[in-house]
Design a protein around this ligand. Sequence first.
Ligand code: DON
Length: 320
Amino acid sequence: MRSEEVYEKLKQWVEDNRSHTMLGEPAQYIPALANQDRDQLGICIMDIDGETYKAGESDVKFTLQSISKIISFVALCHFKGLDFVLDKVDVEPTGESFNSIIPFEIHRPGKPFNPLINAGAITVASMLPGDTVSEKYERFILFVEGMIGHSLELDQEVYESEWKTAHRNRALAYYLKESNLLDLDVEEALDIYIRLCAICISLEDLAKIGLVIAHDGYDPIEERQIFSHDVARIAKVLMVTCGMYNSSGKFAAHVGIPAKSGVSGGILASVPPKWHSPEKAFRKGCGIAVFSPAIDVNGNSAAGTMLLRQISEEWDFSIF
Ligand code: DON
């Protein structure tokens, strides 16, 4: 498919899906996210040559929020090995909301169900290499910067806003501590977790990360393996089974792409190579990032999800 056609289609599909922003609203529980412009919808797709295809509000920057969870999982597995991580955090969906405390009460003592719910992500963030929160943050950010090729900033306003209102996450961290799952102090574990959520990112950067995950940890542009195939495989399993929280089943059925959402309105998606239907776009795989801050009841971007659905249906991206 010619590049002009890809651009035309994306432009059209963004406009087709813009009205779905009405099906959600910006996250209210983090004050700094509540005032985001709800009508925005943007997309960036990156192919294996590093070519980017953008449409809508595609030059926005936003905070990673829960998208950081799949990246911190990958980083921790890369640094400490899959066995070490899977010994501390399971790979099962919960059926509860991302910040639920219920699994702790029902399964005690028990490790967090998966690294993409808050309890699992706080545990993962606390285990990043480094003796202090700053060292842990530094090791993580260097890992991500190595993948995207430039430096990243923390959004101080979002960080502070979440830090001041993280009552539920604080409660989760206390549960983790009581279950002997946290080596760090509660406040330190929360600090590193909230810092990762407040990293500012562009759609292009996220699409690059999606591309590397889609290619089993291999960066096809720089031609180097960044993390192992095994880590990428488990990351994709988690994205399919838990990445969209309690919509993961529907997302797998209707979109069928490994993906991870965040409450700021971003979704990271990884489209692996697919060799049939050569007339369709991106047969060698691609990374996709969408952004639209109005989120639905499950915490996923409403219009972003619908846009991904249309793209996947039209270009046959489903892995199933
Ligand atoms: O801990 C929180 O609640 C947020 N920093 C992140 C949650 C999130 O993004 C869930 N995703 N859809």
